[in-house]
Design a protein around this ligand. Structure first.
Ligand code: GTP
Length: 414
């Protein structure tokens, strides 16, 4: 019992340390979007697992959209469209394979890195199309970068770092290509319009990225807060379960010996009694009392008395093996063994066994005739009917115990 309580306390202390840790995180806020390393690892695992569950469809849809835009390439002419189709199909195939592999739960830590890489490859491919195509067709691919950017923001919404890195890579590549490309003159008015639209488009896209990064920051912050609150809820629930288990144990066991206490016995005895009435099985009780325990206490001291009680109880504990059987500390140095579905003869055999076992512990008792600690046992059994009372069986066992004492102790009377 002592060790069980210690175990409970250790578990409770660990839980409380964790609760304090998460509460500390909550009070610090989540400005840096970074937990201490082991919590960060768990957070990433949880949030990536959620990502796997919710994003498989949206990413597959994105790849299909990327392929679907291939039909519009035919506006540029058969030859160029065929070439772009090959690039699109190769990229889409790589992406789909990536989804298949990376969305495996064992690779949960790689999901966001690989998804971001895929996004960057798609974005760079659009920049490439814009670079290799002649004007005015190449202008359509400038616009194609906007749905790409929106898709990045939507699908990586709670991963600020992934949004920032993939957006900045593609945006930088776009600026490098769009401002160094040699545009082939097409029509003075169209060329002029393109000339004044390019910096505007760059600025708008930059603004979109800035807003996306702000939004990503807020979403990731609240995702992290949600994670911590969920962990706190689950730790609180674990703490409550542990406390109620401890409470149950404390209310049903005796603190010195770890055996069931009298209240628990009364509850179990009542259940087993009613079952015996229903099934017409025999039910047995063994009542046990340590002999000359007062003298033991007086001679060796109360603490040695406690130690002796614990030794005797450990020996008794092994006698409750089947379901419903119970060893109980009924009073100070008085114990009960409840044996449902047991005849008087079998209960008596068990009682004799117990008697020998306790004597065999060889606990010295200088004040006893036996020179060792012994016990007296009273055994009673009956097949109870509706009109019988549980008290009768208890009284019978007690009477037998009294007789065992009278017959010289260290013996069994049934
Ligand atoms: N050390 C210790 N002693 C206890 C505890 N509970 C009861 N006792 C002692 O057990 C003794 C019981 O004494 P009695 O009821 O007179 O019986 P006895 O000395 O065993 O004599 P018989 O039963 O006639 O053999 C008392 O001295 C109680 O103080 C306990 O938890 N620890």
């Amino acid at each position: 019992m002592v060790s069980t309580t210690q175990l409970f306390n250790e578990q409770l202390e660990k839980l409380e340390q964790q609760i304090n840790r998460y509460q500390g995180l909550l009070s610090l806020g989540f400005k840096r979007l970074q937990f201490p390393s082991e919590i960060e690892k768990d957070y990433i695992e949880c949030s990536n697992t959620l990502f796997i569950d919710s994003s498989r469809l949206i990413l597959s849809f994105g790849i299909l959209l990327y392929l679907a835009f291939g039909f519009s390439d035919y506006a540029l002419g058969q030859e160029q469209a065929d070439m772009l189709w090959v690039v699109r199909i190769v990229i889409a195939a790589i992406m789909l394979t990536g989804i298949g592999f990376v969305f495996n739960r064992r690779l949960v830590h790689w999901v966001i890195k690989v998804t971001s890489l895929g996004m960057v490859v798609v974005g760079l491919s659009i920049v490439l199309f814009m670079y290799i195509l002649e004007e005015p067709y190449s202008y359509a691919y400038h616009l194609g970068l906007i749905p790409w950017q929106v898709f990045v923001l939507v699908s990586l919404r709670s991963y600020l770092r992934a949004i920032t890195v993939s957006s900045i890579i593609v945006y930088s590549a776009y600026i490098a290509v769009a401002y160094t490309k040699e545009y082939i003159p097409y029509h003075p008015e169209v060329d002029h319009l393109a000339y004044i639209t390019l910096p505007l488009f760059t600025a708008f896209w930059g603004l979109l990225i800035a807003m996306g990064i702000y939004l990503g920051y807020q979403i990731e912050k609240s995702a992290r807060m949600g994670y911590v609150k969920n962990r706190l809820l689950s730790l609180d629930a674990q703490r409550l379960t542990l406390l109620s288990e401890e409470l149950h144990l404390l209310s049903t066991t005796d603190s010195l010996t770890g055996l069931s206490n009298r209240r628990h016995f009364e509850h179990c005895f009542d259940l087993e009694w009613r079952r015996a009435v229903r099934t017409q099985d025999s039910i047995a009780l063994i009542m046990i009392d340590i002999d000359h325990f007062k003298k033991y206490n007086d001679f060796y001291g109360h603490q040695s008395g406690d130690k002796c009680l614990r030794q005797v109880c450990t020996a008794l504990q092994s006698y409750a093996q089947r379901s419903g059987e119970l060893v109980v500390r009924y009073g100070g140095e008085e114990f009960l063994v409840l044996l449902p579905r047991m005849t008087l003869a079998s209960a008596q055999a068990i009682a004799e066994n117990i008697c020998r076992k306790v004597r065999g512990l060889n606990i010295s008792h200088a004040q006893s005739n036996e020179q060792y600690v012994t016990i007296s046992l009273g055994v009673a059994a009956m097949v109870p009917s509706m009109s019988d009372n549980e008290e009768n069986l208890l009284r019978d066992a007690d009477r037998c115990l009294y007789q065992a004492k009278a017959e010289g102790r260290n013996c069994v009377v049934s």
